[in-house]
Ligand binder design. Structure first.
Ligand SMILES: Cc1ncc(COP(=O)(O)O)c(C=O)c1O
Length: 466
């Protein structure tokens, strides 16, 4: 069997058979895969190609990650050159691409950070939890600080600790129980405020709840607070502008570390290099993944502010080093590709482009989709967008799951891949968009047109005419 981009029904059939007989897939139901599969063999820009010849506008950039778009063959060249030079040696030693990448990441933060390399967003957050715990052991030897405060409906990864930190019951439920070191607070999901309040009269009570929780738990037991600047998975929850500065002030007041999850928000997605830069806050710990390498290879990182890093310095006998190692951390090939990926982002001004194209797309979506009574809300920043679907705008009742699924399926049949939020019955009624940052205006127009038809189809179905 050869690698090819040309449609080949025979090879496709063979792949499907081989796969169904041998592979266990993440999250999708195998019964569904038996009915319908995608076998992706190629991609260019924002478009992917199936082995059957179909093409799709990928308005999800894979899993919110192919920020510079598909088909950048120069990254393959960078990988090949690095592999010929030195493919691997553990990061207990140094290597050129990882050092370069560390410097680049630090520059994007305006200096003041050191970077610890891992392989996925989950590991980046997990390493963040561990670094926070080790840090507070060094700095507060008389306290017992170990808790992380996180938000309901958050998603921070798929390992046990990141799931425990997350707040999505539907993702967590099957793996319970979890140890009790993650304490949850209400999320700033303003369209469906968990406190039943409305901005701005709410006084951003969800941020204040963090202080109440720290005091309730006892500040001497709390190591950190973890936040995603704009919560992606729950349907793109853009917080009020004061939210993050308030959270940061609370962290500073109680000497609690601020851990920011930039796994999706980072690398231009929201119109700035990092999502937290919209809010003027300064993370102590920051997880980055996905867009760091636009998913061309697996690499991710946990960045720590120098005040945290310095806690890991000391005389050799003090043993203050980070007490963990990942075999593939700082992988030279992945790091070399990440360096070139970020260079491309800067050369092509992709964060700025995301801001501009995001405005264009969001305005078009609002203008077109709000005509349908089932479009409750269109929100987002840059090219991170949520379209919340309701039975009617006045009651805000969630559109039933089957109908939301029908919108996703309609779009796919029309050649457009859109996503759907998680968060159980309360929050899984939002269509989410996170296209490559190179998406063009005409592709945005296609996206709007197809979603318009999908919503019209849904309205007709609800009226019994579909
Ligand atoms: C906000 C956030 N954090 C962490 C993760 C975990 O990243 P990974 O799947 O690379 O482990 C994800 C994955 O989608 C995410 O959305």
């Amino acid at each position: 069997m050869s690698l090819t981009n040309a449609p080949d029904p025979e090879i496709r059939k063979q792949v499907v058979k081989q796969d169904l007989e041998n592979v266990l897939h993440p999250i999708v139901q195998h019964r569904a895969l038996e009915q319908s599969q995608m076998v992706i063999t190629g991609g260019q820009g924002s478009t992917i190609t199936d082995a059957d010849g179909s093409t799709y506008l990928d308005a999800m950039a894979g899993l919110w990650c192919v920020n510079i778009g598909y088909g950048r063959t120069e990254l393959a060249q960078v990988a090949a050159e690095q592999m010929q030079q030195i493919a691997y040696y553990p990061h207990t030693a140094m290597n050129l691409p990882a050092a370069q990448l560390g410097e680049m990441l630090n520059a994007q933060m305006g200096g003041g950070y050191h970077t610890y390399f891992v392989n996925s967003g989950s590991e980046a957050n997990e390493a963040g939890f561990k670094i926070a715990r080790q840090y507070v052991k060094h700095e507060y030897p008389n306290d017992f600080r170990f808790k992380t405060i996180s938000r309901y409906y958050a998603y921070h990864g798929t390992t046990l600790a990141t799931l425990a930190a997350g707040g999505m019951g539907d993702r967590k439920g099957k793996f319970e129980p979890y140890a009790g070191e993650f304490v949850h607070v209400p999320a700033p999901t303003c369209y469906r405020c968990p406190l039943g309040l409305e901005y701005p009269t709410c006084g951003v009570a969800c941020a204040k709840a963090i202080e109440t929780t720290i005091l309730g738990e006892g500040p001497q037991t709390v190591a950190e607070v973890i936040v995603e600047p704009i919560m992606s998975g729950v349907g793109v929850a853009v917080p009020p502008p004061e939210y993050h500065p308030m959270v940061e002030a609370i962290c500073r007041k109680y000497d609690v570390l601020l851990h920011v999850d930039e796994v999706i928000n980072g690398f231009g997605r929201t119109g700035k290099m990092f999502g937290h830069q919209h809010y003027g806050i300064s993370p102590d710990i920051m997880a980055v993944a996905k867009g760091i390498v636009s998913a061309y290879l697996p690499i991710a990182a946990t960045m720590v502010k120098n005040r945290v890093f310095e806690s890991f310095l000391g005389e050799v006998a003090e043993e203050r080093q980070v007490m963990q190692v990942n075999t593939y951390g700082g992988h030279p090939v992945a790091a070399a590709v990440a360096v070139r990926n970020i260079e491309i982002m800067l050369e092509e001004r992709l964060p700025q482009r995301a801001a501009e194209m995001g405005d264009y797309l969001m305005n078009g979506l609002r203008e077109t989709l709000m005509k349908h009574g089932i479009c409750g809300d269109v929100r987002g920043k840059g090219l991170l967008i949520g379209i919340e679907l309701v039975t009617d705008r006045a009651s805000k009742t969630q559109l039933p799951g089957a109908l939301v699924g029908g919108v996703v399926a309609f779009c796919r049949a029309a050649g457009v891949i859109v996503g759907r939020s998680g968060g159980g019955a309360r929050h899984s009624n939002t269509i989410v968009l996170s296209p490559p940052l190179v998406i063009t205006r005409s592709e945005c127009d296609t996206l709007i047109e197809v979603l318009d038809k999908a919503l019209a189809m849904t309205v007709a179905k609800m009226a019994g005419n579909g």
